[in-house]
Design a protein around this ligand. Structure first.
Ligand code: DLL
Length: 432
């Protein structure tokens, strides 16, 4: 289903012409902020000289460090009387950064989120339960306004309080949820523990799942248990929040809204564009943001652009599942390992439960990796032989995936710390 068919199916040439026109405006607008005034001068860029997309690569990159260095108001390009909201990133990789919105920014954002939701088949007859944190995190209010824009009955639950979440789903006949993958896995365990079979007892049909990386295995696990269709949702605070890219019913990558953002994929080392379809780091430029335009932002998430047209008819390019960040890559005994590879290995095994955590230490000068893995409730009988077999097969699966042999520690179901927002999957004690 389309929310805005004209924009969503705009022919590529028109879309690129629109991007060019908007880039000209955004360069001028950005130059009103102290940060870009300074950055453009340093880079010898005259914003009035930007003619369109052909000049994009003459513009300097922006990094998270820039946002930190110019915190809080250095990138604000609007009159403060026109700025109506701020959000702050969850700061998973360090100190938090702030993002500012004008009225029009909030309006555009709600529109993009409504597009995303409509794309999954959700509509105004749905009951939507928002199970991510409200407040500074963009997942709460961002999805909330989009859901209301679409016309869904919106239940602003926030994250946590799992028993109450479950009760609400039953009482109000929730059909669509928004949730992080780690909390969704936890929710499934709680359902199982309470003897609730979502397929039998709930009306759930769509789960919008994002804000952190997860694998196809996790998607399958959630779909099987919840009996709902799971859609991947991608976004980041610096680019508004959720609603940047989303899966349509084809589930063949996430359409990124190119009338609002310019997407580049670059080699993280050379910062040159990668060849078509190759994996690299996402770089994004906001095209419509008034309060805080950001130019060529090095997002650090790694993905590729998927080739070919999507059968859904949308012309906005699709990005693949995020496989990691150029800065969450772990180097273990010299081998590059992404936590998502370990998740892939674990989620391919039905004996594995919802919780897992990587612990890195240094033993006698050498890296040591331990993976703590919860055994699935259905498998856990406490039989030592059975557990030893499982430990070995997990070890083998991780080695196959990463080339590193970890120590595997099995723990009882539901014993690792749970998060209702983003899970902490890696504890790196090597620097300490
Ligand atoms: O997580 C915005 C969001 C809220 C997206 C709700 C989707 C749903 P931040 O807290 O700024 O914003 O974190 C952004 O989270 O750069 C990625 O590394 C990661 N991330 C977000 N969505 C996905 C996803 C929100 N679907 C950072 N797959 C991003 C993988 C994701 N990683």
């Amino acid at each position: 289903m389309f929310w805005d068919k004209v924009k969503e199916t705009m022919p590529r040439e028109e879309l690129e012409a629109l991007q060019s026109a908007r880039l000209r405006e955004v360069a001028l607008r950005a130059a009103r902020s102290p940060f870009y005034k300074n950055r453009f001068a340093e880079a010898g860029v005259e914003p009035g000289d930007v003619r369109g997309l052909e000049d994009l690569r003459r513009l300097p990159f922006t990094t998270k460090q820039d946002l930190r260095d110019w915190f809080p108001y250095g990138l604000v390009a609007a009159d403060m009387k026109d700025v109506v909201r701020l959000h702050a990133s969850s700061g998973t990789t360090g100190k938090s950064t702030a993002v500012f919105y004008s009225r029009a920014d909030i309006d555009n954002w709600a529109d993009m989120v409504a597009r995303c939701m409509a794309m999954t088949g959700a509509d105004s007859s749905d009951v939507f339960q928002n199970m991510t944190g409200y407040g500074m995190f963009t997942g709460g209010l961002g999805m909330h306004f989009g859901a209301e824009r679409l016309g869904m009955l919106t239940i602003p639950m926030g994250a946590g309080n799992t028993k109450w979440q479950m009760a609400n789903m039953k009482m109000y006949g929730t059909t669509v949820i928004h949730i992080t993958p780690s909390y969704a896995l936890h929710l499934c365990e709680e359902f199982a523990a309470e003897g609730i079979d979502p397929k039998r007892d709930l009306k759930l049909r769509i789960a919008l799942v994002g804000a952190e990386p997860y694998s196809e295995g996790t998607r399958r696990k959630l779909e099987d248990f919840l009996g709902a269709s799971v859609f991947n949702s991608y976004g980041l605070s610096e680019m508004n929040g959720p609603g940047v890219a989303f899966e349509c019913v084809e589930k063949n990558g996430m359409h990124l809204w190119e009338d609002h953002y310019i997407l580049e994929i670059v080699d993280p080392k050379t910062l040159e564009p990668v060849a078509e379809g190759e994996r690299g780091e996402i770089v994004m430029t906001t095209l419509t943001r008034e309060a805080m335009p950001i130019i060529r932002y090095r997002v650090r998430d790694l993905t590729s652009v998927l080739p070919g047209a999507c059968p859904c008819g949308r012309t906005h390019r699709r990005i693949d599942r995020i496989t990691g960040r150029s800065d969450d890559m772990l180097i273990i005994k010299g081998v590059n390992v992404f936590p998502s590879q370990i998740e892939d290995a674990l989620m391919s095994m039905s004996e594995v439960g919802g919780g897992w955590q990587i612990e890195l230490t240094r033993v006698e000068g050498a890296d040591h990796i331990a993976v703590n893995v919860e055994v699935a409730d259905s498998f856990f009988r406490g039989d030592i032989k059975e557990l030893n077999r499982l430990r070995k097969s997990i070890q083998g699966a991780i080695k196959n995936e990463t080339l590193v042999t970890p120590e595997v520690k099995l723990v009882e179901p539901n014993t690792l710390p749970r998060s209702v927002g983003k899970a902490v999957r890696v504890i790196d004690k090597r620097q300490i």
